[in-house]
Ligand binder design. Structure first.
Ligand SMILES: [Zn+2]
Length: 348
């Protein structure tokens, strides 16, 4: 038991069950000032990378900030709200691009780990019927109360989903938080209508930024990220759970702010004392009560600083865009279709 009341446990490979894993690197946690280090392990037989040992599921909550993660639920006006420099609707439109390419007309969408529900709100404006899954907390309360969305309380793993109901299920930066991604994807498969779509986005462990920044890479986000997917391992898992992969895409610039590069650089600089690093919850984090310099620098009052950040962003955005083409982008997105349960009849 650590001083935070966290109990650590060692696990076999969460995807294939093998006990043949080896430590490959260590990474720091950024929620608490102690910045405890966690170990990443790789499974020899299946190649999966996972946080091991990890906090037990019942004590993991210590690493989830009690604060909210987005501005509208803290009283800002939704219409003016921007995410990483982008108007929120544009950020959500970008997120929906893959879904829109394959799912017409609008159907019923479930977003697991929907946070404050802005993605659902956007999709509802496009004519979709929408539902979310989000544990209790300010974000879910905002989605339910202020936006009037249907939110199933709970997590990906303890929510009971109706079967055969949804035309699309999305998991945006949430699958890597689950204890058992295989079980989650199988229950998603059962909740989808025949040929329904799965949309999963996770940080890309094989990305250039992860290779460049190593243990400072923000995509590691230990211990909340229990899994560190490579594109290959994610695709295999999705297939094993009964899906046919339609698209594999890489997105480094989810907003105007090249988060994975810029924040990782700041952490790397903090290692050598050139920067004061912030908890990943940023100024929304109320667990530690610290405010943070991280995040959106577009509105810095210092013109020189503004210029420096714009240059930094321009360089990182260009590098990120090139890496997306080279399949080394900061995040990987799999768009897949539920295969029919019975195999197709053989034709002679
Ligand atoms: Zn394995």
């Amino acid at each position: 038991m650590t001083q935070l009341g966290v109990r650590m446990m060692t696990t076999d490979c969460p995807l294939c069950g093998s006990d043949a894993w080896r430590p490959i690197m260590r990474a720091r946690e950024y929620v608490y000032p102690e910045q405890t280090e966690f170990q990443l392990a790789q499974c020899r037989p299946c190649g999966h990378v996972f946080t091991n040992p990890r906090p037990s599921p019942d004590t993991m909550g210590a690493y989830y900030p009690t604060g909210t993660w987005t501005a509208p639920s803290r009283g800002n006006k939704l219409e003016d709200y921007r995410i990483g420099g982008l108007p929120w609707r544009e950020a959500m439109r970008r997120r929906a691009e893959g879904i829109m390419r394959h799912a017409r007309p609008p159907g019923t969408l479930l977003d697991i780990g929907c946070g404050d529900g802005l993605f659902l709100h956007h999709m509802r404006e496009q004519g979709w019927k929408v539902e979310g899954v989000e544990p209790g907390g300010p974000a879910g309360a905002y989605a339910r109360g202020t936006l009037g969305l249907k939110i199933h309380p709970g997590s990906a793993e303890n929510v009971t989903l109706p079967s055969d109901r949804y035309s699309v299920v999305s998991l945006h930066h949430s699958l890597e938080h689950t204890n058992d991604p295989r079980r989650v994807l199988c229950s998603v498969r059962a909740a989808l209508r025949p040929e329904g779509l799965l949309h999963v986005r996770v940080p890309n462990f094989s990305s250039l930024d992860r290779r460049l920044f190593g243990k400072s890479w923000v995509g590691l986000y230990v211990p909340c990220h229990l899994h560190h997917f490579t594109p290959g391992r994610l695709v295999r898992l999705v297939r094993e759970c009964g899906f046919r992969v339609l698209e594999l895409r890489f997105v480094s610039n989810e907003t105007l702010w090249p988060f994975f590069y810029s924040d990782s650089l700041r952490r790397a600089l903090a290692w050598v004392g050139l920067y004061t690093v912030a908890p990943i919850g940023g100024d929304n984090d109320t667990t530690t009560g610290r405010t943070a310099p991280t995040g959106d620098m577009f509105s810095s009052p210092n013109p020189l600083l503004r210029l420096a950040h714009r240059l930094e962003y321009a360089v990182f955005r260009a590098v990120g865009a090139a890496m997306d083409v080279a399949q080394l982008g900061s995040t990987v997105t799999v768009l897949a279709q539920a295969e029919r349960a019975e195999s197709a009849p053989l034709t002679t």
